[in-house]
Design a protein around this ligand. Structure first.
Ligand code: 5GP
Ligand code: ZN
Length: 114
C-alpha cells in the first residue's frame, strides 16, 4: 500500500523509533504516547484490520503476540504489567487502517474496557 503511513514506516520511508524489525513484523514507539511505554507492533504486510487476518498470516500474528512480552521485558514493565489492545474498525476506534497491536504500560490502566 503506497499511501499507508505504517507501510511507509515498515519500508523506512517515514521515520519512526523502531525497536524491532524482522521479516514478519515491525515494532516502533507510538508518536502520541498514552502511557510511559506505548509501542505499536504491526505486520509488515498491509492488513487493513484484524478482519483481514487469514490462515496465511498466522506466523505474523503469532510473532506480533510473542514479541509483546519480549518488548515488555526490554521496557522493564513485564512484572508490573501492561495492556495489549487491537482496535478494529469504527466501533473499535481504529484510526490507522493498518492492523496494529498497542503495547501500553508503565502506569496503572483504567479498570474497565470501553
Ligand atoms: P488506533 O486508534 O488506530 O488504534 O491507533 C493508531 C495509533 O497510531 C495512535 O496511537 C497514533 O498515535 C499512532 N500513530 C498515528 N500516526 C503515526 C505515525 O506516523 N507514527 C507513529 N509512530 N505513530 C502514529
Ligand atoms: Zn499498510
Amino acid at each position: 500500500m503506497t499511501d499507508c503511513i505504517f507501510c511507509k514506516i515498515v519500508a523506512g520511508d517515514v521515520p519512526a523509533t523502531k525497536l524491532y524489525q524482522d521479516e514478519l513484523v515491525t515494532a516502533f514507539r507510538d508518536i502520541n504516547p498514552l502511557a510511559p511505554t506505548h509501542i505499536l507492533i504491526i505486520p509488515n504486510v498491509h492488513l487493513a484490520s484484524a478482519n483481514d487476518l487469514a490462515p496465511e498470516h498466522a506466523a505474523a500474528a503469532g510473532r506480533m503476540l510473542t514479541l509483546a512480552p519480549e518488548l515488555a521485558r526490554q521496557e522493564h514493565i513485564a512484572e508490573s504489567g501492561y495492556r495489549l489492545i487491537l482496535n478494529t474498525g469504527a466501533d473499535g476506534r481504529q484510526e490507522v487502517p493498518h492492523m496494529h497491536l498497542h503495547l501500553l504500560g508503565g502506569r496503572r490502566m483504567q479498570h474497565p474496557l470501553g
